[in-house]
Design a protein around this ligand. Structure first.
Ligand SMILES: O=C(O)CCC(=O)C(=O)O
Ligand SMILES: [Fe+2]
Length: 203
């Protein structure tokens, strides 16, 4: 699986011969999102979708982690900074992931999370945490934060990305500390979407 994944990435960059349309969104204060809507070729992406849809024993373990299973990948993606992948399957527009941050300690302070999407296009939202919530993640109180940080910043505090079949979205820097993300319900999204999020778990 890991070898095939790498091969697919390489061929998408060279075989198409066209520049990857890369959108880099600076969220401010050291947080950043990179979005490449045609990261993998469409046909290759459908192969991945079919493989994952059929071969993964999709389960719904509890209501809190609705439709999600976790697979530990060892020695995967040689040379990369990821050692685990989480798989999400959204059967239709009624399946969603509510507002959260992947800010668990096991990912470190500035985790890089790379998300590949297959199948039905869905909206991905980012919303700035309320200042108190962002500070809690660092064990600080508002008073401990420099005045410059407490003044209202003029950056936009909500972003939306349409995650297409074969797209890649990378969250990095302080995005998990300072921002929340979600995939909301969408009545019009009738088809299945599968999403892989690659992460580095600190040993
Ligand atoms: O499905 C997605 O694009 C996001 C999933 C997600 O946020 C997660 O697995 O933590
Ligand atoms: Fe997440």
């Amino acid at each position: 699986m890991s070898f095939r994944f790498k091969a697919v990435c390489d061929s998408s960059a060279s075989a198409s011969g066209e520049e990857l349309k890369k959108q880099v969104v600076n969220l401010g204060d050291g947080s950043e999102v990179v979005h490449i809507s045609r990261f993998l070729p469409l046909a290759e992406s459908w192969k991945w979708f079919d493989y994952l849809d059929k071969e993964i024993p999709w389960i719904r373990p509890t209501i809190r982690v609705y439709g999600r299973s976790c697979v530990q990948v060892r020695k995967a993606l040689p040379g990369s900074r990821f050692n685990s992948v989480l798989l999400n399957r959204y059967k239709g527009g009624g399946d969603y992931v509510s507002w959260h941050a992947d800010d668990e300690k096991l990912y470190g302070l500035t985790p890089e999370i790379a998300s590949l999407s297959f199948g039905c296009e869905r909206e991905f939202l980012l919303r700035k945490k309320k200042p108190k919530a962002a500070l809690q993640g660092q064990g600080k109180t508002a008073a401990e934060e420099p005045l410059s940080k407490r003044l209202k910043s003029n950056t936009i505090d909500q972003h939306s990305f349409n995650l297409k079949h074969g797209s890649l979205l990378v969250m990095r820097g302080y995005t998990q500390r300072d921002w929340l993300h979600s995939v909301p319900k969408r009545a019009k999204a009738t088809e299945t979407r599968i999403n892989l999020t690659f992460r580095l778990i600190m040993q």
